[in-house]
Each structure stands twice: as C-alpha cells, then as structure tokens.
Write a protein that binds this ligand. Sequence first.
Ligand code: OOG
Ligand code: MG
Length: 266
Amino acid sequence: MKDVTLNREDIVRLCERVEGAQTRAYEIPKLTNEYPAMTMDDGYAVQNELRRRFIEQGHKLVGWKAGLTSRAKMKQMGVEVPSIGFLTDKMAVPEGGKISVSELVHPRVECEIAFVTSNDLEGPNCTAEQVLAATDYVLPAIEIIDSRFQKFSFDLQSVIADNGSSARFVGGGRPRYASDLDLRTLGVVMEKNGEIVEMGAGAAVMNNPAEAVAMLVNILHGLGEYLPKGSFVMSGGITAAVAVEPGDFVSARFQELGSVSVSFIE
Ligand code: OOG
Ligand code: MG
C-alpha cells in the first residue's frame, strides 16, 4: 500500500476503536474527525489490522465483499469509489435464521449476488471474464450492513477502516452456474414484512456483478493479497439498503436463483 500515512500506534488505536464498536455495538464518530488527513490506504491498514486480530481470536476468513459498487449505494452513502471488506465465519447466518438487533448498531439490509470461486484469482489486471471462468457457482445473498458511525456520517476512509460496515450475511436460494445466467438482467425484489421495498437488476452493480469481483481482486492485489479458490464473495448491494428493527422479516426473491430470508429479533 503506497499511501499509508498513519504510524503503527495510530493504526492500532483506530483498530481498537473500530473493534470495540463492532463487538460491543456502539456508535463512534467518523475517524477522519480526529485524523483529517487519513487516506484510503490508511483505512485499509486499519482494516488489515482488524482482520489480523479477528483471525488471531479464532475467526475464520471465508471470503470478501465489494461495497459501494452500485449507483444506488454510492448515492445513498454519498461516496464515489467502491471499497472492499473481509467476511468471516462469525458473520454467517443460516438461511431463514434470526438476527439479534441488540448486537448491532444501525442494521440495514441489501440484496446481493454472491460468487463462490473454484480457482485462485489474482490482480492487478483481473477481468470479469477471468472471474466468471474461476466461478464455481453464484447464489443469492442478503447482506446486513451496520455502519458503526454516528448518524451514518462517514467517508470512504472511515468506512474502509470499519471493514465496509460488514456485520452479517445470509446466503441461500438455489446455487447456479454463472454461465447459465445473464447476471446483468437478473432481477431481484426485496420484501420487508410482505411489502416490496426495493427492486433492481444485476447490471446496477458496475454493469455486471462479475466486474465488481474483478475490481475486488485488483484492490486485494494492492493489499498484497489474492482471492483463494473456495472464497465466498459478495458483489455489492444492487439496491439501496433498508433499515430493519426487531420483528422485521426480510425476504429477497431473485429471478432464477430462488429466495433468501432472514428475521430480526430484539
Ligand atoms: C457501506 C457498505 C456498502 C454495499 O453493498 O454497497 C455495501 C455502507 O453502506 O455502510 O456493503
Ligand atoms: Mg453490501
């Protein structure tokens, strides 16, 4: 990473702040209030430290997520550049499972197309074609994001440090070979408590969700990492994210891929 300006002590300090907010579910001010000169690479340095700590605590890395890859999400969050975050086994929730809102700060849900890879992928010039060739199957997913920042006021540096707001994810539906589908025209409808709240199609994500995965692989290269085969990768919210509270039931119906649902409890 070329543009790291924070020293080791500041990286650890910010990592502890983010880790506390994530694990004990409280809000924090955006990190740039205190470190206005923070760069995106500084954000990734904090995220890498968080990943290192979680793995040290026994969490298993299962994959990665691309975020802010659709216009709807960029507009909603007021940023212009995509980002990536890591996913661990502790964030996985079974299809139809229950999520306790009291463990989270500002939970919101979004529908995404997830990829499971069968070959390693490595940047710097990874393409959507290479991603599709290395994809075992795709499946529908709901991501539960949880920005830990007060009033959702964040910037890219802070959201990257907060691991792209990653909190929980649910995969489900019917896995399919990507070669049997046109991911761009694949439609999705999100329902909350039986009412349609968002809808969209795969092309909302960088014209093709496989492009978002290629971008993720290229960002990983900048972090000195590659995407190992067997990774679970979420390509980014197709629609804007929707807030949830205890008692809510959310279901995402994907054309050709079936549906995924999850409920929220106190
Ligand atoms: C950042 C995470 C964005 C997506 O799919 O676009 C994201 C946020 O909105 O808090 O996961
Ligand atoms: Mg997402």
